[in-house]
Design a binder for this molecule. Structure first.
Ligand code: UTP
Length: 275
């Protein structure tokens, strides 16, 4: 199974998004727009750029807003057909024709690891990508972050996490790795810890919201006990996977904006507006 091409991308979008209340009361934070495009659409476009055509979305509430977004709105199409406004729908139409969407619900919010496990029914027994749409990535100079990772997967055939150097005082917001560099920007992971205090952090290399996972991660997640904050953590499952086999950390080319925080969201908005 480890030789299968990656086709599917999982989008966990069931979190409460409390940092964006009240905006996230009735819609998921993944539907908040940077300029005119929802975060989730940026994520789907990144997955398409990496050659993926099957989008699997784990929702909690606000499922309808997501489903309606990635569907044709006949009324709207009819209204603006042939008018000067038609171009506003070009990008979303392209997304809809290039890939399929399927949905499942995470019934209880028991953490990111649990959300990924909830997606097993949509993924099955094949390697897959995960995008956390609230981490918005952009690479001006070349291939998108997920595209870079899919290429790496084709060579290494193991789970890969995107990593970024963060200021040491911010390690408590991330999964942090202990690793050695095996080639430029590529690290073999020895250990990792979820949201460590700076004094306990094994490095300043933080995991951000892009992953390639091999399907054995599901079995590991089933066995993974609640960790930090009582949630089932993907970091803990990846730690087990790294100790049993191989997991790589990849320092990607490009920028990442933490759109789960107001500061990051504003930064992303200014960046894309200037672009
Ligand atoms: P966050 O840690 O950003 O949590 O989740 P959150 O609940 O969405 O936001 P805050 O902290 O309350 O403001 C990281 C990603 O994991 C998903 C979220 O939707 C987000 O994409 N997630 C998290 C789930 O799908 N289910 C969970 O149980 C937890």
């Amino acid at each position: 199974m480890s030789h299968t091409k990656i086709r599917k991308c999982l989008f966990p979008a069931a979190g409460y998004g409390t940092r964006f209340l009240p905006a996230t009361k009735a819609i998921p934070k993944e539907m908040l727009p940077v300029l005119t495009k929802p975060l989730l659409q940026y994520g789907v476009e990144e997955a398409i750029s990496a050659g993926l055509d099957t989008m699997a979305i784990v929702t909690g509430r606000g499922k309808r807003a997501i489903e309606d977004h990635f569907d044709i709105s006949y009324e709207l199409e009819h209204q603006i057909k042939g008018t000067s406004k038609e171009h506003y729908l070009t990008e979303i139409r392209a997304v809809i024709t290039k890939c399929t969407f399927s949905y499942t619900r995470q019934v209880e919010m028991k953490g990111l690891g649990h959300a990924i496990l909830s997606g097993q029914t949509l993924i099955g027994d094949e390697p897959f990508a995960v995008i956390l749409a609230d981490d918005l990535c952009d690479n001006d100079e070349g291939p998108t972050v997920l595209n870079q990772m899919v290429k790496l997967y084709e060579k290494h055939r193991c789970s890969i996490v995107a990593i970024e150097e963060v200021p040491i005082e911010e390690t408590h917001k991330y999964g942090v790795i202990k690793a050695h560099e095996i080639e430029k920007n590529l690290f073999e992971i020895e250990d990792m810890v979820e949201k460590p205090d700076p004094k306990d952090a094994p490095s300043n290399l933080a995991i951000i919201g892009r992953y390639i996972l091999t399907p054995d991660i599901f079995e590991i997640l089933e066995q993974t006990l609640p960790g930090k904050n009582g949630e089932i953590q993907i970091t803990d499952a990846l730690r087990t996977q790294a100790q049993k086999g191989k997991v790589l950390g990849f320092k990607f080319a490009g920028r990442r904006f933490d759109c789960g925080s107001v500061d990051g969201f504003v930064e992303a908005t200014n960046y894309f507006y200037a672009k």
